[in-house]
Design a protein around this ligand. Structure first.
Ligand code: CP
Length: 314
């Protein structure tokens, strides 16, 4: 099945087959860090614009590396360096970039639905790099890729997501992807950050951490999104850390072969201690590195034109 969508807006709308296609394509790029020559000629002559209206280290850098290692020209624009600072609308910015010859736009925005607006405005592919608390599909895909890399499968695994699900676009993309590929998903955190309505997404809601992580094959710890909280949703950071922060003692509740993941950036000492983040069971570094292979696969499929064999290194 070739890739047929113009845009990547979320994992909610992707089929399991489309997710599998991205993961299969990413396998081809998975050893890119080991290659002495990292460049593929696939997107030579194409231009990818990274339009980031919110801060980012991992997503912006890995989309930039992905574009460059596929030989595209990559342009980075932030809200402060674009005419958005002078009142230009998002749609007008997108039309301007299209008129200037961009072949794809990667967008991060604080407003849920901003990539969808762009996708309706321009004919070129739009890739959602995180929209408000809605979705972060490339993170969801790299999380699936990392789990399969370590566990050999997704179907049948028990995956627990811990923390601030209410504000987490990563959690929503992970839940869509994991459930579509046949994993059993548990979620846990304070009731104010994990409302019972999450059960409607096909996950099991736990109120306490210990039963939620015991027996889990994978534990995904989320960042406590202090910048998105109106305040008052947790009594204090110390109490949150005591009840839900992953530390050495709570790590002992996990299976010996459980995988620990965090999308980053982490509030070390709040949702996870440095010791737990560096534990041999942690796959956080692999998540970061796999982000490049997955984003190369996405650019290849959306901008490079489908499921053809990936060409040799230039
Ligand atoms: N996981 C993630 O989106 O990280 P950045 O904000 O650094 O891109």
């Amino acid at each position: 099945m070739p890739w047929q969508r113009k845009d990547l807006l979320g994992l909610e709308e992707l089929t399991a087959e489309e997710i599998e296609l991205v993961l299969r394509t990413a396998e081809v790029f998975a050893d890119v860090f080991e290659r002495p020559l990292k460049k593929f000629p696939t997107l030579r002559g194409r231009t990818v614009v990274n339009l980031f209206y919110e801060p980012s280290t991992r997503t912006r850098t890995s989309f930039e590396l992905a574009g460059k290692w596929l030989s595209a020209d990559v342009i980075n624009i932030s809200s402060s360096s674009s005419s958005a600072a002078k009142g230009e609308s998002l749609a007008d910015t997108a039309r301007t970039l299209e008129a200037l010859g961009a072949d794809a736009v990667v967008i991060r925005h604080s407003a849920a639905g901003a990539p969808h607006l762009l996708a309706r405005t321009v004919k070129i592919p739009v890739l959602n790099a995180g929209d408000g608390a809605h979705e972060h599909p490339s993170q969801g895909l790299l999380d699936l890729f990392t789990i399969r890399q370590h566990k050999g499968k997704i179907a049948g695994l028990t995956v627990t997501i811990v923390g601030d699900l209410l504000h987490s676009r990563v959690a929503r993309s992970d839940i869509w992807g994991l459930t579509k590929l046949g994993a059993r998903v548990r979620v846990t955190g304070p009731a104010t950050l994990v409302p019972p309505t999450f059960a409607s997404l096909g996950v099991e809601v736990y109120r306490d951490l210990r039963p939620a992580v015991e027996g889990a094959d994978v534990v995904i710890v989320l960042r406590l999104q202090r910048e998105r909280q109106a305040g008052g949703l947790i009594p204090s950071l110390e109490e949150y850390a005591a009840l839900f922060g992953l530390d050495a003692e709570k790590m002992s509740w996990l299976k010996p072969d459980a995988l620990v993941m965090h999308p980053g950036p982490a509030n070390l000492g709040v949702e996870i201690t440095e010791e737990a983040a560096l534990d041999p069971r942690s796959a956080i570094r692999d998540q970061v590195r796999n982000g490049v292979a997955v984003r190369m696969a996405l650019l290849y499929l959306l901008v490079g034109g489908g499921e053809k064999d990936v060409p040799a290194v230039a």
